[in-house]
Write a protein that binds this ligand. Sequence first.
Ligand code: ZN
Length: 265
Amino acid sequence: MRALILSDIHGNLEALEAVLAAADGLWDELWNLGDMVGYGGSPNQVIDRVRPLATVHVRGNHDRVCCGLTSPNTFNPAARTAALWTRAELTPENLAWLEAMPQGPIMAAGGLASCAHGSPLNEDDYLLNMRDAWAPLERMSTRLTFFGHTHVQGGFARNGSAWHEIKPAFAPLTNGNGNGNGRCKPPADLQTSRLQFDSAERVLINPGSVGQPRDLDWRAAFAIFDSEQSAVTFFRVPYDLVASQGRILMANLPERLALRLREGR
Ligand code: ZN
């Protein structure tokens, strides 16, 4: 079984479409790790696209705030503005669907792996380094957990007393442009990085963010898990960044939300 794992799409339809095109034919199931909306200009379109495709859905903190389950008061001003805009923009059907999204962790692949938005121990916790990952690696109920929330592709692994961080190796890319006018260079090719697990390892994997990467690579991030091969392949794929930025600006959302997409942070 091969699972396409998507996280933190954040209303970025152009990034989502590029990911689905790049992954076409490579997956049997789709697992959605949450934060489908917030920040981006296409919340309804993203939900309408992913909802029928995914067999696992886990709610994210932005999903909760955008549908009104949680107050936006803990968000920074740009995130709060985007959340309130998203709430007004969502159809009643999509609002109700977001409200009903389940909290992680959720078992997938017959108990082989779990899916969470933040930590498997607390949906709002960020796993940014080994210190954050230590307790979840020890206490998570499955050997393998997929998580999102940090928008950083990679993860953490532990095998007895040995542990390491997982960082996919791609050729570094900086800004999608260099001239500052919002036009990006011709897109680089799709890149992949494969990781094989040791059967004794406990592993936390972040597929990265589809719609708002924060690891200094503007390209959409995702991963595919192959359960037979015990392997994960990380992907980076270029997308129509300018069109996505245009939707944010035309919706009168903060300019910073458009600019940061190009910076990958
Ligand atoms: Zn997010």
